[in-house]
Design a protein around this ligand. Sequence first.
Ligand code: HEM
Length: 387
Amino acid sequence: MPLTLRYDPLAPDMLENPYPTYAEMREHRPVLWHEGMRSWVLSRYRDCQTVLRDYDLFARDRRRVGEEIPEFRQNLQALDPPAQLPVRSVFVNSLRAQDVAEVGRRTRDRLRVIFERLARQPEFDFMTEVAGPFALVMTAELLGVEPPGLREYTAISDALAQRMDAGLRPEAIGPGDEARKRLNGLVEDWFAAERRPGTFSELLASAKQEQVPDHYLRNTAATTFNASFGTLYATAGNVVLTLLDRPDALDRLRDDPGLLGTAADELIRFDGPAQATSRVATRPVTIGGVDIEAGQTIVTLMAAANRDPREFDRPEELVLDRKPNRHLGFGWGPHACIGLTFGQLGVRELIAAINECPSRLRLAGKPTRRHTATVRTIGDFPVTFTP
Ligand code: HEM
């Protein structure tokens, strides 16, 4: 059969459902050259995992291949070990010092109030009314900052998500960099404000001891806020749509809440928000028989890897008790997600809160997808509560 593979991450059919194309890529072009992005795109689990793990050969810090990074973009995500380690450890330790159970309780309480109010409305948009407030409140509580306005922050987050697709849409760079500067401004306000309990107050103390340069600290605080808000927002939509499409799975989680732990990871494997990330080859390397030159960009398609049958049994099925589940939805290696515990917690609390409602959440129309490829997010998501 002739191969008709066409990989255009922003095409409407890809935004709707990229998984059939990912399957074709894994089978027929596991190391695919994308001319528009001028990047190699990897879709097999082992290849993606190797690239994410081997920071010596595959750099995140593009200064290692001679590029420049403006100071306002220098943060944890743009550094590699060993320079990355002090700043990463300050943030990881500050997050570890948080009371996970308390963050969970407060998130659930807030969701209860939101759902009680929405139960009286005939129909509402899940992203605006639930995913947004959920992501904002949880992030602000966790980091210990005054939450910005939801509408204002959603616009910043959207511009930053589009900036991640700059290889496909260079016109997203300007607005994305503007949004980052606005976010950096919010961080200045938070650091100047009276301390609230939470991650940021912990990290100001420990950063001095670790001698982390001030701009890394501030820029990483901004990155962390957005990494938390953006992924929790997108995850809430993706997870709830997956479950509304499979009411039996939602019922099973109500009858057996003990499954929520494995289910949270499985839902992120199945349709997580982080579709891809990128690295740059520091030396010539061969992957899957394809020669890659030093300085070339490599995109790891984690969402394709997460359905690789070489790694997962029944990869196209949602298996709520899947174990082990070494998915790449939180990344892998030295840049793996530092907020994983809270990402998983957020998913568990959200599902538990939906299942606690006396009425049933259902789709009230066809959801749309936002025009972003690196982060997979729902646009409009009409839902309703029915008895
Ligand atoms: C379900 C929710 C989440 C998902 C799916 C997710 C996913 C990811 C992924 C895939 C990466 C790796 C990116 C790469 O290698 O380039 C990452 C990194 C990161 N995440 Fe998360 N994340 C989530 C929640 C959070 C939360 C709640 C926080 C903040 C507390 C957070 C903070 C970060 C930071 C700061 C990094 C950069 C780490 C580094 O570069 O060393 N994430 N996340």
